[in-house]
Design a protein around this ligand. Sequence first.
Ligand code: GLC
Length: 548
Amino acid sequence: MTSFRNKVIYQIYPKSFQDSDGDGVGDLRGILERLDYLQELGVSYLWLTPVFSSPQNDNGYDVEDYCAIDPRFGTMADMEALIRESSQRGMGVMLDMVFNHTSTAHPWFQRALAGEKEYENYYIFKEGDSKHPPTNWQSKFGGTSWEYVPSLGKWYLHLFDVTQADLNWDNPKVREELKKVICFWKEKGIQGFRFDVVNLISKPAIFEDDLEGDGRRFYSDGPHVHEYIKELVRDTNIAEMVTVGEMSSTHLEDCIRYSTANPQERELSMCFSFHHLKVDYKNGDKWSLMEPDRRMLKKIFEDWQLGMEQGNGWNALFWCNHDQPRIISRLGNEGRFWKESAKMLAAAIHLMRGTPYIYQGEEIGMTNPHYQNISQYQDVESLNYYRILLEQGKTEAEAMSVLAARSRDNSRTPMQWSAEENGGFTKGTPWIEMADNYPEIYVEKQIADPDSVYSFYKKLIKLRKEKMVISEGRIVFLERDNPDILAYQRCYEEEKLVAFYNLTDAETTVLLEAPWMNYRKLLGNYEDSQQSGRELGLRPYEVVVLEK
Ligand code: GLC
């Protein structure tokens, strides 16, 4: 059950990974073409964001049929081939289960709209007059989270886009339907699942206005969430598979329960939480820019690493995904220290306690694209917030600079494979514009270079497989009051390692404890080391890992 601890998971955003047929949209056959690359990198699982039949208003997170492949991505035969070919290369495929909501195009919702009471009860409909939504809760994509249906005289809840209607998990029939979906994919040979915003599935019994916030405190880690997840896992018999829940605005105590290693209480293998990726949100608001608060970043890592260790839970370790801007553009350096910062940030999470995720392109140090024009953005959230920011009185230039830092499209630009046109991603016109640094930052060049970001990631993946101290060791934090240096020690029986990360572009030093003086250097991102006596000098974004 804990076999995922020494593995690394690779996230594929199929739409932007590899296009095989020239329509500008990545597809399953494209992923098949790149399996050798992924095997060579050394990852154990491939998590694909949704490829199910969908109107694509939220790039597939609006599902119309959970058991059909959207023709844009290919066919069921392509999926079967992908599962088979991945398995032949020692990799399992994980699918993304979007169970908090369905697309409003889903037959269940359509039947609800047509007046079938049974299906109305699949969703969260509330009576009310057409002027006043049942509560003041806000959608995560901006605006009210309720939509009025005149023919029914009722509102339905959508925590995300208006075309993503929240399912009613209190209805046992809904839970049974979703279990069937899991079983369908298990039979196809899927090896694991990611559950989209799964901590939002249980809504409160009473719906009331949130006088302090946007409503999230009523439904995040909601009243029956643990019970419902346990039931789903038990009845579909997936306790031994790799499962990860995406937890929105979650709490440590809940994540311990979601990911406990205790077999009696089994829920999921691990959790994504996002607190460490909000350290550059001013007053917690994603759309207000602020320099990253490194002290806060360190504190969050400490709390979550130690808390999960003590509670016997398990973290998913990640910087990047399809909803997050690229980490180099955020905490690293896109210029002179691009390579150093990419490696330092990689090691910082890969050597922690948890299971690391690599989001496509992270392994070559891809950056945000710095779009200059609103027409370059595609994402529903970005376009909504652009409008909202203008309504709030921001100038177009200000709104554009917020999007350049915060848009989810920052991570959705096509994978940069080669220096060919469109980075080898497509022979057609990409559905979203490439980052214009693709002629410099691309896979082919880095594979050949032992000093590349790619080669460094490969080394990290290998180290995790080889060293129990990385996969199983306890963690202790060092340099706790120093906001510029992240440092920790890992211990497993006699094995020990100690790691220092300079989070800044300025030189600094740390003082080594006496026993570490005899440790040997396991990993670094500069050729030599600057150690004199007990003093270890750290250059911009330098990482030094010492091993007993
Ligand atoms: C998750 C997904 C995101 C999606 C949202 C609604 O946060 O990662 O891409 O928009 O859920 O399904």
